[in-house]
Write a protein that binds this ligand. Structure first.
Ligand SMILES: Cc1cc2nc3c(=O)[nH]c(=O)nc-3n(C[C@H](O)[C@H](O)[C@H](O)COP(=O)(O)O)c2cc1C
Length: 194
């Protein structure tokens, strides 16, 4: 009698396991427990190509999609001549409300989890067009990772403005990638996506 009862329990357990197996196939279970791969966008603005090279390293390391910020009115050499107080770049940098227009838009920015944003340092800060970009999208909940290239000033002077413009986003500590090897950039970039 005792043996018969335990046989019933074993059979019930087998039936249950069979139903559970059908309802939750093994592949679904493992997919649910796998961490979702983060979608990465690598945005950059570059007037003379240095930041573009750094952005390409970040893209290669993260497998992200590259997006170049293009000014609606491209910067000429004269616009960038910072020895001249009246040049366009200097005038924009000294006007806190300047927001140079951008040509084009990122398609479906909603799908990205991590957005790297790279720029040259102009007068110790981000070019104003970076603020135009950040203020054009809903970045709530996204991770923003600033990087720059510079003649030595580094990125810290730009962080306050970048944080203020990336409303609702988690802004990581930025990094100056000037003259960094691919290996070093990749090590840093991969850490940001984890
Ligand atoms: C208008 C202007 C202002 C700049 N101001 C600074 C600065 O304050 N500090 C600095 O280290 N470099 C400064 N630079 C140098 C650039 O940050 C540097 O050359 C950068 O790598 C250029 O990047 P890009 O080739 O992607 O435009 C300035 C360059 C320009 C055109």
């Amino acid at each position: 009698m005792k043996k018969k009862k335990s046989m019933i329990w074993i059979n019930l357990a087998l039936v249950f396991a069979l139903i559970a197996g059908l309802a939750f196939p093994a592949s679904d279970v493992s997919a649910a427990s796998k961490p979702k791969q983060k979608k990465v966008l690598v945005v950059y603005f570059s007037a003379t190509g240095t930041t573009k090279d750094a952005a390409q390293k970040v893209k290669k390391a993260t497998g992200g999609k590259l997006y170049r910020i293009r000014a609606a009115k491209p910067y000429t050499e004269a616009d960038l001549g910072y020895e001249n107080d009246d040049c366009r770049a200097n005038k924009e940098q000294s006007d806190k409300n300047a927001r140079p227009k951008i040509k084009g838009k990122v398609k479906n920015i909603r799908k990205y989890d991590v957005i790297f944003i790279g720029y040259p340092i102009w007068w110790s800060k981000e070019p104003k067009i970076i603020r135009t970009f950040l203020e054009s999208y809903n970045l709530k909940g996204k991770k923003i990772v600033p990087f720059c290239t510079s003649g030595g000033s580094g990125i810290s002077g730009s962080m306050r403005e970048v944080r203020a413009s990336a409303k609702g986003a988690k802004v990581a500590k930025g990094k100056d990638l000037t003259d960094m090897s691919y290996k070093s950039v990749a090590k840093w970039a991969k850490k940001q996506v984890k």
